[in-house]
Ligand binder design. Structure first.
Ligand SMILES: [Zn+2]
Ligand SMILES: [Zn+2]
Length: 133
């Protein structure tokens, strides 16, 4: 377990992964998320800027929820974010379908490379142990 400062309130807390928020701020953020989600559902044509202003959340935070695929703006709404790879407008997630597909192929290649690196690492470590003696 790691102890870190909460990026909201600066308090120390036991960091268990994910956003660097203490349990208090995290639950506050979850409450906010529920409100924002409801607002977006009730105001289908609201842009990110409007949601941000009305709900007092940063545009960055809204985009993050959208990227995490937790917040989905309705079909036909004006809200679009861009695919991080090719810039095509998308509604949720980080990449458009096309890039997602390309990436699946790339990732499987990357995984194989990682396996090779791991083997190399183990060899290096074995050598290091030898030097320690
Ligand atoms: Zn906090
Ligand atoms: Zn794309």
């Amino acid at each position: 377990m790691e102890v870190k400062n909460c990026k909201e309130c600066r308090r120390l807390f036991n960091y268990i992964g994910g956003a660097r928020l203490c349990p208090d701020c995290k639950s506050k953020l979850e409450e906010k998320f529920a409100e924002v989600k409801k607002f977006v559902e009730d105001n289908k044509n609201a842009s990110v800027a409007v949601v941000s202003e009305e709900m007092e959340v940063s545009v960055q935070q809204i985009n993050q929820w959208v990227r995490e695929e937790r917040l989905i703006f309705a079909e036909g709404s004006m809200v679009m974010i861009n695919c991080e790879s090719c810039g095509t407008p998308i509604r949720t997630g980080r990449y458009c379908d096309k890039c997602k597909n390309t990436m699946v192929n790339k990732f499987s290649g990357m995984y194989q490379r990682q396996e090779l690196e791991k083997k190399k690492d183990e060899k290096d470590r074995a050598r290091m142990r030898f030097l320690d003696n």
